[in-house]
Design a protein around this ligand. Structure first.
Ligand code: KG4
Ligand code: ZN
Length: 338
């Protein structure tokens, strides 16, 4: 079965064609980062308009690159939520119109389920059950994943998500939007142990996390150094380094605790922050030291993309959960709600 995947929840138009037997046939992504950069963040109305312009040509190219035509598509999956309502509606409308025209099934996918199942795109793919660490711009969560559609929330962030903390801290350090990757790059030049930042909730028994205090600590520190005229490039790099270390320390410790609590030995990491190289290295080291295994999606499939939506749609369709003829979007939507 060939499933077309459409992702338009935020600032990236992602399209992919996934074959349940042959795997990923082709995929394309258009990022709106440059368009939003001058505003310092995503402007929802601009995002929707850009998705409208990009989506249909991207679908045509993805299908053509697979050497196929639209009638060769067996089903269409799109991100139904959560995300920006206008942006979601573009993907939902195009997916449903195309499905209607082709007479093929269409399915709305939870964006986080797409992230959560994205490591299954890789070879070798992890087997169920596993613990999933979902670290995106809006979420930092642990799930006990026993199968497709069977997700139990084990831990959550109480305030900012790790990605959000990366982005806000990057802004404090004068880095351009989107800050996460830029902060990680700056951290490469930073020195360990020059400044000290807190590791929020590191020793707390719960699997919940909190990152807003860490960001506040960076604000206080940068203001103090700026007042003393000491916030130079080297100081910024040292702060970036320590910030990244603090996030990695917390996520690594909580990952081990989540594995212990669930009794599983496999950790799957998904979402944009999963592209962070120091996080990847640390998780592999600490989980393998305990006899477990860690799976990541390829870097390109850590951040938003159409392939994860096509895959999640294919797996959902295989489990016979289909949408009816009417469609809607769900800008706010908890994954564990079923
Ligand atoms: O999953 P994603 O693409 O979008 C959401 O669904 O939220 O995640 C985006 C987040 C942003 O906060 C971005 O700064 C962060 O992932 N991110 C990174 C890196 N690459 C992306 N954070 C740290 N290090 C990276 N290399
Ligand atoms: Zn995402």
């Amino acid at each position: 079965m060939r499933v077309l995947g459409i992702e338009t929840s935020c600032d990236e138009t992602g399209v992919a064609l996934y074959d349940t037997e042959a795997g990923l046939l082709s995929h394309l992504l258009h990022s709106q980062v440059e368009m939003h950069a001058r505003y310092g963040g995503v402007v929802p109305e601009l995002a929707s308009r850009d998705h409208i312009e990009r989506l249909v040509p991207l679908i045509e190219t993805v299908v053509a690159r697979a050497g196929l035509g639209l009638p060769d598509i067996d089903a269409i999956a799109y991100t139904q939520g959560p995300g920006l309502a206008g942006a979601l509606l573009v993907g939902a409308s195009v997916a449903n119109a195309l499905a209607y025209a082709l007479g093929k099934p269409v399915i709305g996918v939870h964006h986080l389920e797409g992230h959560l199942l994205s490591p299954l795109l890789a070879t070798p793919a992890p087997a169920f059950p596993f613990v999933a660490l979902l670290v995106s711009g809006g979420h930092t969560q642990f799930y006990d994943v026993r199968g497709v559609g069977d997700y139990r929330l084990l831990g959550d962030t109480l305030d900012d998500a790790a990605g959000e903390a990366f982005d806000k801290t990057a802004k404090l350090l004068g880095l351009a939007y989107p800050g996460g990757p830029a902060l990680a790059k700056l951290a490469e030049q930073g020195r360990d142990g020059v400044v000290t930042l807190p590791r929020p909730m590191l020793d707390a028994p719960s699997l919940d996390m909190s990152f807003s205090g860490l960001k506040t600590a960076v604000r206080v520190l940068t203001q103090r150094l700026a007042n003393e005229d000491r916030l130079d490039d080297a100081a910024r790099a040292d702060i970036a380094r320590e910030f990244e270390s603090a996030v990695v320390d917390v996520l690594a410790a909580k990952s081990l605790a989540a594995l212990a609590a669930s009794g599983h030995s496999t950790l799957v990491v998904a979402g944009g922050v999963g592209a962070n190289l120091r996080l990847r290295e640390r998780l592999v080291r600490v989980v393998e030291a305990r006899g477990g295994r860690v799976y990541f999606p390829a870097i390109a499939f850590c951040t938003d993309n159409g392939a994860m939506i096509a895959l999640a749609g294919a797996l959902r369709l295989a489990h016979a959960r289909q949408a009816g003829a009417a469609f809607d979007v769900r800008p706010r939507w908890e994954l564990a709600s079923g």
